[in-house]
Ligand binder design. Structure first.
Ligand code: MN
Ligand code: MN
Length: 475
């Protein structure tokens, strides 16, 4: 066998692994950087699920989307783009297709909540000469990540009279920030360094410094807590009891940044899963007249198991689909709703873990996702023997693969770590219960769930192109 023959055989039988940057021409490479500049702005403006929901709706309205809940029973024929918001934390966008909705929709489902520290309902106390605030962590955090870091507070307070007050403190360069203190190495030996990592950092010690100016003289009890509360009353008109009906999240105060000399990566809090939210948002905003109805879902509560009325386990999708049938003048009976859902196709848009050069041992190299190799298809998630995973069908993976190849989307496949190393899940199984085909699909990132997650700009852009190709497909 000569060299040419061998080369031909290799090209025919071997699976290619393509680096996005090798596959693109100069102008496409420039597009990658342009796209990521607006992505970073989205991250900075969307540090909580409520803020992300607001940004999504603002972008949708600018492109002519209208609130589905304001439409009459039979919408004006020109209305093709609609959105729905639920509880301010869960959003859907839809572009009506040429085919009737019961033929099924193309759905992309991401989540807009991220791990963080929530203020407790009775947060304020004082100790020594400081006012402090108790937190309860939300989602899977590594507790030590949140120490000795500037944190901003974002949230919503419902006052005793029912007023809503939105607060953001710590994002403007002139704003103060908050922080959870850590122990100096000199004294950390016994209570941190010699302990197991899982025991060295306690959730009840994730308390934020809130102030140190006392109110009144030294005979006053709780004068540091009083100092903080008095300031809050003067600034926002809120009292201690108002924290009971508040959702205030402590998040990293840092902005999204370029990473590397070559600026080829994005470092930021909250990329899980606002990277998929942003890329699917941009993909659906680009659509004008798809064959099938396109739906982008942006769920809340994924990081705590998709629970609650704004999570993927809720009836939000059913409610949306029955609204879509209603405004399209189609039958809205239960059977039509079921048929629409069962005929739909869904990409569960979430991140996978990219192989880390320093922690290769938790991955199985042949099946691990790598930074820069494009959008990652994850056939199954789960733990141990794929437990808790919806495991996409070969037929559906085949369809997505065909769409990606046809549209020159650079893709890879990935498993979340090697067997029995750990695992995780996404919203996939909560959509699969309707009978629709679902495949996990999104970029792979480094330092997932940390205050500074790292993504490849090339993967972010390829994810956007991949989602767009999925929406535009009529197969
Ligand atoms: Mn996620
Ligand atoms: Mn996550």
């Amino acid at each position: 066998m000569n060299k040419t023959q061998l080369k031909k055989i290799k090209e025919t039988v071997l699976k290619q692994e393509n680096l996005v940057f090798d596959q693109l021409n100069k102008s496409q490479k420039a597009d990658i950087f342009k796209f990521n500049d607006t992505y970073k702005q989205f991250l900075d403006q969307s540090k909580t699920e409520r803020e992300a929901a607001r940004q999504i709706i603002k972008a949708a309205e600018a492109k002519g989307f209208v609130n589905i809940d304001t439409l009459p029973a039979k919408k004006p024929p020109s209305t093709k783009k609609v959105y729905k918001i639920f509880q301010g934390r869960c959003v859907a966008l839809a572009v009506l297709g040429k085919a009737p909705l019961v033929a099924g929709a193309n759905i992309i489902a991401s989540h807009i909540d991220s791990p963080r520290l929530d203020l407790k309902q009775n947060p304020l106390y004082e100790d020594l000469s400081m006012g402090l605030m108790k937190t309860h962590y939300y989602g899977g955090i590594r507790k030590y990540h949140w120490l000795a870091l500037p944190l901003a507070l974002h949230g919503t307070i419902i006052t005793s009279t029912g007023n809503t007050i939105d607060v953001t403190i710590g994002e403007h360069p002139d704003d103060p920030v908050f922080t959870v203190t850590d122990l100096l190495p000199h004294l950390a030996g016994k209570i941190q360094a010699s302990k197991k990592l899982s025991e060295a950092f306690e959730g009840e010690k994730l308390n934020l410094i809130a102030g140190s100016l006392p109110l009144g003289n030294d005979r006053e009890k709780n004068r540091f807590k009083l100092g903080v509360l008095n300031l809050l009353f003067e600034t926002y008109g809120i009292a201690e009891e108002d924290f009971v009906s508040a959702e205030i999240e402590a998040v990293p105060a840092e902005k999204a940044r370029d990473v590397g000399f070559d600026r080829s990566m994005v470092g930021s809090y909250g990329q899980d899963d606002r990277v998929c939210a942003y890329t699917s948002l941009e993909a659906i905003l680009d659509l004008t007249s798809p064959d099938k109805t396109a739906i982008a879902l942006f769920f809340d509560k994924e990081e705590i198991g998709s629970e609650g009325s704004s999570g993927a386990k809720s009836s939000f999708l059913e409610d949306l689909v029955s609204d879509l049938l209603f405004i399209s003048g189609q039958k809205t009976d239960n059977r039509s709703l079921r048929k629409t859902l069962i005929h739909s196709s869904c990409l569960s848009a979430d991140v996978n873990a990219a192989m880390d050069p320093d922690f290769k041992e938790v991955h199985e190299a042949l099946n691990a996702a790598k930074l820069g190799f494009g959008i990652c298809m994850t056939k199954f998630t789960g733990v141990a023997g794929k437990s808790g995973s919806s495991d996409a069908s070969a037929e559906f993976v085949g369809k997505i693969r065909r769409i990606f190849n046809k549209n020159k989307i650079v893709w890879q496949t990935g498993e979340l770590g090697k067997i029995d190393q750990g695992g995780g899940g996404t919203v996939a199984k909560f959509l699969a219960k309707y009978g629709m085909n679902v495949l996990d699909c999104g970029p792979a990132i480094l330092s997932m769930h940390s205050p500074f997650e790292v993504s490849s700009k090339a993967d972010v852009y390829m994810t956007y192109l991949g989602y767009k190709a999925f929406y535009e497909d009529s197969e």
